[in-house]
Design a protein around this ligand. Structure first.
Ligand code: TRP
Ligand code: ZN
Length: 457
């Protein structure tokens, strides 16, 4: 039906005085088409900005939110979805100020605008919701999303936690800018991505406003809450904002200062640091078991080691600024961040990159490890498994050994600059590597990224 209409429209194009035939409005797809998480993201529109107003009280554990999302229709829309878990109740939805019909089913909030939206139309959707937020459990068994701690929330959203606390287009291909207005009891601090705009206490409650001006994927957003010591300083030319759980204060005295040397080194290798501010959130949440490279402000479940700090800061270039197109391409994040850990250890004199490679490569050929090719990890349960990290990093080292240092670092810098604030996939990385080096690299990438088995050297 859609195709026939398009053909009819094309046939009329050369005829003057023919009224334009409007594209027939259709529902937007309920997913973005990622086989690892089919319901994640949505079709038919492109989100540009999220203005989130959140009120959270850890006592009753209740979140009340107002999300104002500016978006543009990419097709004529009769209705469209946002991703939000149905344990949070939606109270009202308006579209450009007019009431819209809505329903919640699974993790889809289905919205029917008062009148259909033509392709190309910009619109603003406002969602009021509340409830007791609950984290999700990922296919690999880890927790993800709005994760309660003893004093607040550890908020890490890769790969699917964003839907546990705000409605949106939660596939990583739809990046947007953000503003967060978060009200918490005055004994708590709310930390989000980007720059702190204001902090105002009225009576027993404090409101923090954060502005994140560079485009960001949903899984990199964070609003973490706790009894934090917040610092906002300039160190070595960087705007560094850190939040440290008061329980960790003694072991984190130089947390802010530790960022500049790592960022300086990575900037010299990868190009300029891509965000207006940096820093991190060191929470006391050992039960979480992982850190996350939240944009401009990673979250750590403890005070990070040098190596972990380097890993999450390297993600700011590889993962956050340049983001994969599908979850299957996750090695573009984890392999690169792991390689950057090796580089930082080498720079610090702890261990040479070659020795890190050798240790990883020393796994026996019949080790399970070699059965998962990093660019095709097989499913969402394997996203954060060792082959994605270590064999991903080994792939980069094998590339470096083949093309030489000059080409290798030029490839990394070009990758960061050409796809700044965008998305890119493995095929684009291979094409870039061949373009910069002038070498045919199919055999190398086939062996390291796509074929099971231990590649030979
Ligand atoms: N991307 C995180 C890192 O920097 C790791 C991560 C995110 C993770 N979500 C996870 C690990 C879930 C295990 C389970 O390494
Ligand atoms: Zn990582």
């Amino acid at each position: 039906m859609k195709r026939l209409l398009a053909l009819a429209a094309a046939a009329f194009i050369s005829l003057p005085l023919t009224p334009a035939i409007a594209q027939e409005a259709q529902p937007g797809a309920p997913g973005a088409g990622d086989p690892y998480f089919p319901d994640q993201g949505n079709g038919g529109y492109d989100a540009g900005h999220y203005d989130l107003t959140l009120d959270y009280d850890p006592g009753p554990d209740r979140l009340a939110g107002v999300a104002r999302i500016s978006a543009r229709a990419t097709q004529a829309l009769s209705r469209f979805d946002l991703d939000l878990v149905s344990t949070l109740s939606v109270r009202s939805v308006t579209l450009d100020g007019r009431p819209a019909t809505f329903s919640q089913s699974g993790s889809e909030l289905v919205i029917t605008p008062p009148s259909t939206l033509p392709a190309g139309r910009g619109f603003s959707v406002l969602v009021q919701y509340d409830g007791k937020p609950e984290h999700v459990v990922d296919p690999d068994g880890s927790v993800d999303g709005w994760i309660r701690t003893n004093d607040g929330v550890f908020n890490a959203n890769e790969p699917q936690g964003a839907m546990t606390w705000y409605p949106g287009n939660h596939h990583m291909t739809d990046k947007a800018t953000y503003r967060f207005t978060v009200t918490v009891p005055r004994s708590r601090v709310a930390v989000a991505n980007g720059d702190l705009v204001s902090k105002v206490t009225k009576g027993e409650r404090t409101t923090y406003v954060w502005n994140s001006r560079e485009p960001m994927a949903s899984y990199l957003a964070t609003v973490s809450i706790g009894k934090f010591q917040l610092t906002d300083t300039r160190v070595g030319g960087y705007h560094v904002i850190t939040a440290v759980d008061s329980k960790l204060a003694d072991s984190a005295t130089n947390f802010a200062e530790r960022h500049a040397p790592v960022l300086d080194y990575f900037s010299s290798l990868f190009g300029p640091y891509p965000f207006s501010s940096t820093g991190g959130i060191a929470d006391d949440a050992p039960e979480v078991g992982y850190a996350l490279e939240s944009q401009s402000r990673p979250v750590y479940p403890h005070v990070p080691s040098e190596s972990l700090l380097a890993h999450e800061l390297a993600h700011q270039w590889f993962g956050d600024s340049v983001t994969p197109t599908l979850w299957r391409d996750i090695w573009l994040n984890e392999g690169f961040a792991t390689y950057a850990q090796w580089l930082w250890a080498d720079k610090q004199g702890t261990r040479t990159v070659q020795s890190s490679f050798d240790a990883a490569y020393a796994r026996a050929a019949d080790d399970e490890f070699w059965q998962t090719p990093p660019a095709d990890p097989g499913g969402p349960a394997n996203l954060f498994h060792d082959p994605v990290y270590d064999r991903g990093a080994m792939t980069l080292h094998a590339l470096r050994s083949t093309v030489g240092d000059e080409s290798f670092f030029k490839i990394l810098r070009t990758w960061a600059s050409e796809h700044k604030y965008g998305n890119a996939d493995t095929a684009a990385f291979i094409a870039l590597s061949e373009r910069v080096s002038g070498k045919q690299l199919d055999a190398l990438f086939d062996a390291w990224l796509f074929k099971p088995g231990k590649p030979s050297l």
